[in-house]
Design a protein around this ligand. Structure first.
Ligand code: 3H9
Length: 694
């Protein structure tokens, strides 16, 4: 064995040279990996090997460029990725990439420069750069469509999808599927076969057949753009990816296409969106790290979960566990709501069709119902309570759970607002009590706020964090505070949206500004969708708020064809003269004059108090770090990922500007805008929001 460098070795198996990378955690293309590859291929090429296999140790093939190097000052000059790729493509002997785990981004771009690819069935291949606000910048945009065709390349590159190896095999991206666990032997055997059969040295860049098919058909691109306009709204990277494939089709040579790719890649790389999306990639991973709780903290086994409440929330939560093979028992007080809840779960599964019918049946079978907590919960490892937001009801439930559940069972509440310390206080085991705040619909939404109460044990937190990952959630650990992190910040935006309307902005003005900022919809459109009558009681309604008047007029949102907006039969919204009149009357009644409010003011009034509130949350230690706030808002509240999150955006605007505006608003409109003391300090110290820790 020859050690090429710290992360690369070269070995020999008969006529085949084997280059092995070992650069944990994901064999990303760091400077050392690139240099190792370059020197490894050079050494293998200089030997008498008749073929070369590139394989990786550890959990995965190369998972892409090393994102931590992006934007960092260049170190000692090393071989570039292009040098490595040229060396591979021009090798006089066949080069075979042996793929397990994931071949992503630059990793797949390297593999595409091998003459052949062998993969195990569990491997996944893709060009996910779009998720980082980028495009494949090492020839991937030019090579992929040459292999899989233009339409498939468009879909793969703009979705960033990780394609399973069996599908990649059908697409021609993989030449042979190797038995699981036998990749090295299979790749070497494949290499020997190439030699024995004198197989051609396939150079993808030379083959234009699939591009020719798309030449003269600009409608392929036009249709694709049109079909995905909603999905791509606001993002720069999907369009740049599409342009690269257009360049592949329309350029006279491979090199010309490559040049277009370079230019577009450079544009994205220096832009704000990619910076935000790359920041967010690490923010999400950072959220898993809990200071003071080591990653190897033991977890409690969770094999059976109990849920109280078969409503929309309880049912959605149950599906998460059944989806990963965990048994669930749901308890309700009455048979009818229990039956209804279980039927809804069944129909949700049938409608979603995410799994094969037999798998769906298995999942449905894992969820049972009961009318007795005593019966159902005596052997559960975790109970999640998802009933009305009333403290007396929750206390009653937790008193019972304390008596019923086995020692060591985790007792969780899905409350979105109530004080979990108070709930825990009725039990003799507050160390086992935690908040698991799912977002609706709980089987779809990714975010999970895990709420640490005063006495919650470390292993209960660790178990919850690991369990969240297992069920596909993105978990953020937060502290007990009204509304926790997400809703507490949301409260600021909602309050300002309402106030703006009472000063003269129309609901559709506020919605438009927030929609243009990148939110999927504004607060008033959202209210109409959810139903204006949520929490509204007819008997107690006396026209005291705009909502009261709208509900009294039977304008209860989309479901009644009218709310803040008027809706046509296809639920298309139109500004409503009725609502406008209601608002006008309210303003006149208050003795004020409606004023013209600029889009800039709408945005700043909605967003800056959110940033200020986030700083208060960090000041109070209710979130661990600034980036956790961003993870909550991107995942749970539709903050556009290309703006990083409220904290990242705050840094873009500048803490000093946020402070200045909050002071200005405070002077004009009072206390609600009082800047957080920590915001004042942050500005005085010349620091950034990103520096804040809770
Ligand atoms: C690119 O390739 C551009 C090219 O076109 C070239 C242009 C010239 N770099 O996610 P995990 C770390 S762009 C550096 O928890 P999993 C990650 O931060 C790149 N670090 O594991 C974490 O560190 P820590 C295109 C990376 O098993 C650890 O690895 N490629 C990178 O759930 C484990 O990660 C991508 O976009 C990286 N590229 O998922 C793929 N990737 O332990 C991005 C990961 O300190 N990566 N890390 O927190 C992924 O999608 C997932 O990490 C992967 C594993 C599926 C690979």
């Amino acid at each position: 064995m020859t050690e090429i460098n710290a992360v690369t070795t070269l070995t020999r198996d008969g006529d085949v040279a084997v280059i092995t990378l070992n650069s944990p955690p994901v064999n990303a293309l760091s400077a050392a990996v690139r240099q190792g590859l370059y020197d490894g291929f050079k050494a293998a090429g200089a030997s008498d090997a008749k073929a070369i296999v590139l394989i990786c140790d550890g959990r995965t093939f190369i998972a892409g460029a090393d994102i931590t190097e992006f934007g960092a000052p260049a170190g000692t000059p090393t071989a570039s990725l292009f040098d490595v790729q040229t060396m591979m493509e021009d090798s006089p002997v066949p080069v075979i990439a042996a793929i397990h785990g994931t071949a992503l981004g630059g990793g797949l771009e390297v593999a595409l420069c091998a003459h052949y690819r062998v993969a195990v069935p569990s491997a996944r291949l893709g060009l996910p750069e779009v998720a980082l606000g980028l495009l494949p910048g090492a020839g991937g945009t030019q090579r992929l469509p040459r292999v899989v065709g233009v339409e498939t390349a468009l879909e793969m590159m703009t979705s960033g999808r990780h394609v399973p190896a069996p599908e990649a095999f059908k697409l021609g991206l993989v030449d042979e599927l190797a038995p699981e666990g036998e990749l090295r032997a299979a790749a070497i055997a494949f290499a020997n076969k190439c030699v024995a059969e004198n197989r051609p040295l396939v150079k993808i860049s030379d083959n234009n057949t699939k591009l020719e098919a798309a030449k003269g058909h600009p409608e392929i691109f036009a249709n694709f753009r049109k079909a995905n306009a909603r999905k791509f709204r606001g993002f720069e990277a999907p369009e740049a990816n599409i342009k690269c494939i257009e360049a592949a089709v329309n350029s006279a040579t491979f090199e010309e296409g490559l040049k277009a790719e370079r230019t577009l890649f450079g544009g994205l790389m220096s832009g704000v969106q990619s910076a935000a999306q790359r920041y967010y990639f690490f923010a999400e991973r950072q959220a898993n790290k809990i200071p003071g709780i080591a990653d190897d903290t033991p977890v409690r086994p969770i094999n059976k979960v109990g849920i109280i409440g078969a409503g929309t929330m309880g049912g959605g939560i149950a599906m998460n566990f059944a989806n990963v093979g965990i048994q669930v028992v749901i308890v309700e007080q009455q048979q009818a709501p229990l039956d209804k809840g279980l039927a809804t779960i069944r129909s949700n599964y049938e409608r979603s069709r995410t799994a094969k019918p037999e798998e769906t049946a298995k999942r449905v079978g894992l969820i049972t119902g009961s009318l007795s907590m005593e019966e159902a919960f005596k052997d559960v490892d975790l109970v999640i309570e998802a009933v009305f937001e009333r403290m007396d009801i929750k206390k009653d439930i937790f008193t019972k759970l304390d008596a019923i559940c086995k020692p060591g069972a985790i007792l969780a509440t899905n409350t979105s607002a109530l004080n979990i310390d108070e709930i825990a206080s009725v039990t003799k085991r507050p160390q086992d009590v935690i908040g698991l705040h799912f977002f609706s619909p709980a089987n779809v939404m990714k975010l999970l706020e895990i709420v640490r109460a005063d006495h919650t044990a470390d292993d209960v937190i660790q178990t919850s964090m690991k369990l969240a990952k297992k069920i596909g959630k993105i978990a953020v650990l937060v502290g007990v505070t009204p509304g926790f992190v997400g809703n507490r910040i949301l409260g600021q935006r909602q309050r300002e949206a309402q106030k703006l309307v009472l000063e003269g902005a129309m609901p559709w003005d506020v919605d438009r500004v927030l929609y243009d900022f990148g939110f999927p919809m504004g607060p008033f459109a959202m209210s109409d969708l959810a139903g204006l009558d949520i929490g509204w009681v007819k008997e107690k309604s006396h026209g005291e708020t705009i909502r009261d008047v709208l509900c009294e007029a039977d304008r209860r949102g989309q479901k009644t064809g009218a709310g803040y907006y008027d809706y046509d039969e296809n639920r298309n919204a139109k500004p409503s003269p009725f609502t406008e009149q209601v608002i006008h009357d309210f303003i006149v009644k208050s003795g004020a004059n409606p004023r013209k409010i600029s889009d800039e003011e709408i945005l700043e009034r909605c967003i800056f108090p959110m940033i200020n509130e986030a700083v208060k949350i960090l000041e109070e230690g209710k979130a661990i770090r600034a980036s956790d706030v961003d993870v909550v808002w991107v995942n749970g509240y539709g903050w556009p990922v290309y703006r990083g999150g409220p904290m990242f955006y705050g840094d873009l605007v500048g803490p000093a500007k946020v402070l200045e505006k909050m002071k200005e608003f405070e002077a004009k409109m009072g206390e609600q805008f009082k800047p957080a003391a920590l915001l004042e300090k942050l500005v005085a110290d010349g620091k950034k929001f990103a520096d804040l820790k809770g």
